[in-house]
Design a protein around this ligand. Structure first.
Ligand SMILES: [Zn+2]
Length: 245
């Protein structure tokens, strides 16, 4: 039989471990945190299930969950620790968050997209390293929402997913549109020049450019507020902040 004193000390230990864990990860930058979470995930949940894992191309959340289901002990299922839940939430989120791009035909506006393999997820490719499969840039990354169309089980499907790229690759991503835009602007400028005074037309053009840019690029400035779930349990998301560019 479990004594009250024993229970109390177990709860205390658990709470203490959680606080130590929290203060440790607070001191890490996003990439180091990523490495720690992935490492801990493997420690907590084992790596066996991952070795012969086939990545599903489905984007449906339930299907993804099914695909990444792992075998846990009964004890874990009953009462996973805060740390376990945190790293699991992080790990699960990674797979449905980002894709990688083949930009070899960017000039014709063709960008090939695919999901990341588990190895790529773990290495941070497409999250902390540019998502163009032939680029290894780590600086100046930003995320873009892209429309991912694919064929699966006899059906055409599509989903909005995130693609992280460096500045140079972001230009490739938008190369064709940018060219079209420049031509449009050139024409617009010509028209305005004919119609109005110069200073007035410049103001108009700036407004035009800005709204057009926002609509077309779909660049997403991720704020913690926009992505924050209200039904957050135990502030897990607080410790994932800044990890999803
Ligand atoms: Zn790049």
């Amino acid at each position: 039989m479990t004594s009250f004193g024993f229970l109390k000390s177990t709860i205390f230990d658990k709470e203490e471990r959680k606080q130590q864990y929290q203060s440790h990860i607070r001191g890490l930058n996003a990439y180091d945190r990523h490495k720690k979470f992935i490492n801990d995930y493997v420690n907590y949940y084992g790596k066996d299930r991952s070795s012969n894992l086939k990545l599903p191309i489905k984007t449906d959340q339930d299907t993804l969950r099914e695909g990444y289901r792992f075998i846990r002990s009964e004890e874990d299922d009953m009462d996973p620790s805060w740390e376990q839940r945190l790293v699991k939430r992080y790990y699960d989120k990674l797979f449905k968050e980002y894709c990688l791009a083949d930009m070899s035909q960017y000039k014709s506006g063709k960008i090939g997209l695919r999901w990341r393999t588990e190895k790529e997820v773990m290495s941070g490719k497409g999250q902390f390293i540019c998502g163009n499969k032939n680029c290894n840039e780590k600086d100046g990354l930003a995320s873009y929402e892209v429309n991912f169309c694919y064929f699966e089980a006899g059906e055409n499907k599509q989903a909005l997913v995130k693609l992280v790229t460096c500045e140079r690759c972001a230009c490739k991503l938008n190369y064709k549109r940018q060219k079209e835009k420049e031509q449009l602007e050139k024409r617009q400028l010509e028209q305005d020049r004919r119609k109005r005074s110069r200073s007035k037309s410049d103001d108009d053009l700036d407004d035009f450019q800005e709204s057009k840019e926002r609509r077309r690029k779909g660049k997403r400035a991720l704020t913690s507020a926009s992505d924050h779930k209200i039904d957050d349990d135990d502030n897990l998301d607080e410790f994932l902040e800044g990890m999803f560019p």
